[in-house]
Design a protein. Sequence first.
Length: 251
Amino acid sequence: MSATRPAGEDVAADGLVAHFQPFYNLGTGALQGVEALARLAGDAGATTPGPFFDAVRDSGCMAEVDRWILRQSVQQLSRLQQEEDLRRLILSVNLSGEFVCSEGFHTEVLEELEAGGVAGDRLLVDISTATFRRLQGADSGAFARLVALQEQEITFCLDGFTVDDLDLLPALTDARVDIVKLHPREIAEGDSDRLSAIVTAVHDAGLPAVVAGIETPISSGRPPNSDSVGPRASSWARRCRGMRSWPPHAC
């Protein structure tokens, strides 16, 4: 997609397709929801659009891609919800800072949900730590728009949290982020003491932490079925208590 052509309606023509990755509640084994993933379709099959996205970001059109994937995924969820046993599925969507920081973000998200007939409590928006830092420097209404969406029961997850992001915790609390998802690197590097320290700090801030997609208990001394997702946990987080596992090797 070049910077000189309209982006939104033409994304699919460039070979970008929406894939949906399921995620499960490890306590019940039930399908919890689907994560929307953008992929490039080609002769060799769908591939991760890394270089494509780099070009899109350079062109300033990333928000258009976000609008497209949001529309596609909401429509797909709406179709899935026609089946009785899939009506409570959660949709997880990763959105860029360009879209999240835009003044029309709040309105556009609600319009897409309304068009698809999808309730707000079915949407989980992942934003990266880089996007959150960008929000801090955005216009004064940036965080207010997030809160307005939360009032419609939309959940926000901060994605890719590492030890280098501990300085964000006070702002995360003020901004009412619902869930903190640790970067997979914190698992892969195998430093259980550091991982435990990060999770403890997040919990001390009153936020639920997710490690590699698995929710951790606030206190390792509590039984797995206890009410321990944290005082600031969203309705989505409360529904996912069964995903809890700690220590890290249990992941």
